[in-house]
Design a protein around this ligand. Sequence first.
Ligand SMILES: CC(C)(COP(=O)(O)OP(=O)(O)OC[C@H]1O[C@@H](n2cnc3c(N)ncnc32)[C@H](O)[C@@H]1OP(=O)(O)O)[C@@H](O)C(=O)NCCC(=O)NCCS
Length: 148
Amino acid sequence: MTGWRIWTAIKEDADALAELEALAFGGRSWGADNVKESFVASRVTVLFGGESKSKPQGFAVWRDLGDEAELLTIGVAAAARRKGLGAALLAAVLDAAHGVGANRFFLEVGADNAAARALYARAGFSQVGVRKAYYADGADADVLARDL
Ligand SMILES: CC(C)(COP(=O)(O)OP(=O)(O)OC[C@H]1O[C@@H](n2cnc3c(N)ncnc32)[C@H](O)[C@@H]1OP(=O)(O)O)[C@@H](O)C(=O)NCCC(=O)NCCS
């Protein structure tokens, strides 16, 4: 689908974000409390996306670090996947980061996460490093980056 709506979530959306994140990540969820921290953390923005504002179907959380910015998490409800929402959320994040002056954008992704790796490759990201034992289950993460 084209024409996804993307909007900035507010702290009243914390429960909706926690629910969406748990559904998207299953066993690799941050947990509701950590997810909700996104609304009070410094320089962090939460975007929601969906067909209408009454029902967010995906989210992206990113942090402005000045010259750089980073993606903290992104996810789309299983029923809404492969319809362009993940790409639309990522594009909105990159636009926003560029808009506040970031020149380079970073993110982490698991070696086994084929869907996310394909999404990021299509958006122009390439690998710049590895973070050992990044995930709670001990798996490594690859660090990807692109210029904005
Ligand atoms: C990764 C994720 C956000 C992608 O969301 P999405 O809305 O399905 O992505 P899109 O429909 O915008 O896909 C854009 C492109 O990414 C690639 N892609 C997405 N899912 C893919 C899959 N399962 N297999 C292969 N390529 C995939 C494709 O190139 C796709 O374009 P196409 O459909 O025209 O071929 C979603 O799969 C998800 O929520 N996964 C669980 C949470 C997660 O792992 N988040 C990332 C953590 S690093």
